[in-house]
Structures are given as C-alpha cells and as structure tokens.
Write a protein that binds this ligand. Structure first.
Ligand SMILES: [Fe+2]
Ligand SMILES: [Fe+2]
Length: 449
C-alpha cells in the first residue's frame, strides 16, 4: 500500500480501523450460543444445529434459510418471518409482543442429503425490504433468530469477510469468532470449507455446526454464508462430476444450479463472480466464455470481486510449468491456465480484486496488469488460511508478491463510497495488513482490448 493510499485509508476510516484494533485487544472467548429469544413461553423444542443463511439471488431483497435435519423431527418446517418488534422483557423468558407482529410464511422444501437419511431444508424468502432487520422462526417450536437484508444502495460502509480453507479444527473456530466480531454483512468462503472431500458427511455437518454456532453479529444477526467450490468439496478433487460435489451441491445448488460457477449481484453496487477452478467445471471453454461476458456485463459496476479457489498467483505451490526444469515434463504450474485464460479478462474488464485460496498462507500481490506491476492493476489476495496454514515459498518466480507470511488470517473488505479497502486480520483480530484496490472506471490502466 502506497503512503498516500495509507493516509487516505486512515483519514477516511480511522474510526472503523480503531474499532478493529480495539477488538483485537479483547481477550479471546469461546463461541457463544446463538443469541435467541423465545417464540413463546415454552422452551424451544427444535433448534437445528446446522442452521445457516445463504443467498442465490439479490441479497437486498431475499434470504435463503437452510438446515440439515431428518424428516419428522419437527412437525412444522415452514419459516415464519417478520419485521415486527421482538421484545425481550428484561427478566425471565423473553417473549414476542404479539400484537406488534405480523408473521409471513415461507414454504420449506426438503432435498436429499447424500449418503444419509438427512434432508437439506430450504426456505427461500423473497420480496424483503432492503436494509431491514427481520426475525424468523421455524414452525412454532424454534427460537427466534435474526438477520438483516443488504441495503438497497451502498450509501453507508458495507463490509464483509472472506477467506478459505477452513476445516473443522480449533483454529477455524477461533477465526469464525474473529470474523463475527468484525460485524460483517456476510462471509465468503472460497473453497475447502470443512474438507469433507465429497465423502465425509460428518465433516460436512461439523463445518455447518461450527459456522451455525459462531457466526452472529454483535447485535445477534446471523451472518449469511456464501461459498465457492474447492478441491476438498469434491470426490477426486479435479476434473470430477457434479455428483461428486456430494454435499456442496445439495447445500448450494440454488446459486449453482447447473455449473460450478455463478455470479451474485447485490443491487447495483457489488458483484461476486464465483469460479470453479477445474473441480467440476473445466477452466477452459464454456466457463471462460461465461466469465468474459459476465465481466463485460458488469464493466460499469463499481465493485466486482472475483472469488476462485486455486490461485492464479500461488504463494506456496510452484506457478511455473515443470517444463522449465525438465523439457519432457508437461505438468502445468499452479494457476498457469488461469493466468493464460482468466487473468487477461480480469485486466480487460478492470476487476479490482481477485480473492484466491488453496495455498494456506497469507499473500497480497502487487497490483498487476498482464502479470506486471501497475498501480491501478488487479489485486490478488489470498491464499486461504482460515484454518489451515503453510509456509509460503521463499522464492517468487513471477516477481508478483508484495507480502506473504505463514499466518492464519481473514480478509475484511470495506466499501466506503468510491473507496475500497482490504484488511488482513490475524487470529487475535489485529490488523496485519491494509491495502486499497484501484478504481474500476477511472485512471490510466492500459489494457489490451
Ligand atoms: Fe485447502
Ligand atoms: Fe484446496
């Protein structure tokens, strides 16, 4: 980050940054239970431990409520939701001020959860009011949970968490807690969620349980989860079939109905372009064609973030083809095909940030155009160390790295008016790196047409 950029960030967001540092000084604590209130004076009899929120269409007006469970464990699986005021009485059991509440109902569908008798239950809430807090409950016997829809316009600061390569160990849970402390509007996990490998149902559920019990904002709203596909969601890892994304697709098929790649537009102010780095969709061909027109269609959007699992610019693995060392070895370097097919599109359409994972380090590249440093180029942030860690390579054969380290970390992205900041947070929540990404539609970026 250049000195002017750092000054600009500190000047524009000193209050926000201060709050991050302050939180970093708080003692670590165990994940707290879901901040629930009761739907009535009865004890809740149905509290799904895998309950989470996600989206498959505009997050300003929708919310997908999902959990994994068994048929018959609760009689009424409909989701009741309201903007009505839920009033904790102060002493004794909280209750709903019934006269103020007008519950609406969403039907829940159940889909098979492979290798088990479980079902994935999904209620897709639509027609919601942007920037509004909602309460919801499952049937009549669950606690009441809360969420907030995304704002219609990015007039205030919008911030979200990204990371990847979580697993289900204590480091992953500790980073969940740190992620939640930042009060993000949502979290993006760029592949390798629980490391179920498309074979371990228990691992897939353990990831959801950890997420479900830890990812709440400070005012008790559940933090929606967006996920892209990694090799450890798929039996075989690469070049595999959709059926081998055993648990990923049943959970996230609404966002990914046909392919392993998709885009999610937040009103007109934020777009996430989620890619499949060759796990169930080939990089070349249809996905690259789709990426070209998807980015072209969003060339005027103010904030376009690409999310992919295998990095274009790896910090641990070797980016160079084995041919460099052995002319007879045609093994491709990590990210080589993406650098050939996708990076020119990121350059051409001025993608400000690409979020990368898979290598289990912290990395920030220099801003790049055509693989070379350019102050208004594409920033590649990674490399997936939410709960897994490796030591980055000492050499930098492509000469692209600005900073790498062997640290667990999360990225906190902050959209502030026309500015876009990216903070790397360590396991204590302290800021270990701050950078700003370039403007999309102004400046002197020379790109190939
Ligand atoms: Fe990984
Ligand atoms: Fe991976």
């Amino acid at each position: 980050m250049s000195a002017p950029s750092r000054r600009l960030f500190l000047g524009a967001s000193v209050a926000g940054l201060g709050s991050v540092v302050l939180r970093a000084q708080e003692p670590a604590s165990e994940p707290r239970p879901a901040p629930l209130v009761m739907a009535n004076k009865e004890l809740p009899t149905f509290q799904p431990t895998t309950l989470f929120l996600t989206w498959h269409t505009d997050p300003t007006t929708t919310m997908d409520v999902q959990w994994v469970g068994t048929a018959g464990e609760t009689a009424d699986t409909k989701v009741y939701y309201t903007t009505g005021k839920i009033v904790p009485p102060g002493r004794g059991l909280p209750r709903i001020l019934a006269a103020a509440v007008d519950w609406q109902t969403a039907v829940t569908v159940a889909r098979p959860y492979p290798m088990t008798d479980f079902k994935v239950y999904k209620a897709l809430l639509t027609g919601l009011t942007p920037g509004t807090e909602y309460s919801f409950k499952i049937g009549k016997s669950s606690p009441v949970y809360k969420f907030r829809t995304m704002p219609a316009k990015a007039t205030d600061v919008v911030q979200f968490i990204s990371g990847g390569d979580c697993g289900v160990n204590t480091a992953a849970v500790a980073n969940n807690v740190q992620a939640a402390r930042q009060n993000p509007s949502f979290a993006v996990v760029g592949g390798d969620l629980g490391y179920d490998n498309g074979t371990s149902v228990e691992t897939s559920l353990a990831f959801l349980r950890n997420y479900s019990r830890t990812m709440f904002t400070r005012d008790g709203c559940m933090i929606p989860l967006l996920a892209c596909l990694g090799n450890h969601e798929v039996r075989g890892g690469y070049g595999s079939s959709r059926a081998n994304g055993t648990f990923f697709y049943p959970l996230f098929e609404n966002l990914y109905p046909d392919t392993g790649y998709a885009t999610l537009d937040f009103g007109d102010y934020l777009s996430l372009v989620m890619l499949d780095t060759g796990h169930t969709s080939p990089i070349a061909g249809e996905q690259t064609d789709w990426l070209a027109h998807t980015l072209k269609d969003r060339a005027d959007h103010p904030n376009v973030f690409v999310v992919n699992h295998v990095p274009c610019y790896p910090s641990y693995r070797n980016p160079l083809s084995a041919k460099v060392r052995d002319p007879l070895d045609s093994t491709a370097g990590t990210g080589e095909l993406q650098r050939k097919l996708w990076a020119p599109l990121f350059d051409k359409y001025r993608v400000p940030v690409v979020l990368e994972h898979h290598d289990h380090t912290f990395k920030r590249t220099k801003p790049l155009i055509d693989g070379l440093p350019n102050p208004d180029g594409v920033l590649y942030l990674g490399d997936g160390s939410w709960g897994r860690i490796r030591s980055p390579q000492k050499s930098d054969p492509l000469h692209v790295m600005a900073k790498t380290s062997e640290d667990y970390h999360l990225s906190l992205h902050r959209l502030q008016g026309t500015e876009r900041y990216h903070l790397a947070l360590d396991t204590e929540g302290a800021v270990m790196d701050v950078t700003r990404s370039g403007q999309r539609s102004t400046g002197g970026v020379a790109v190939k047409s």
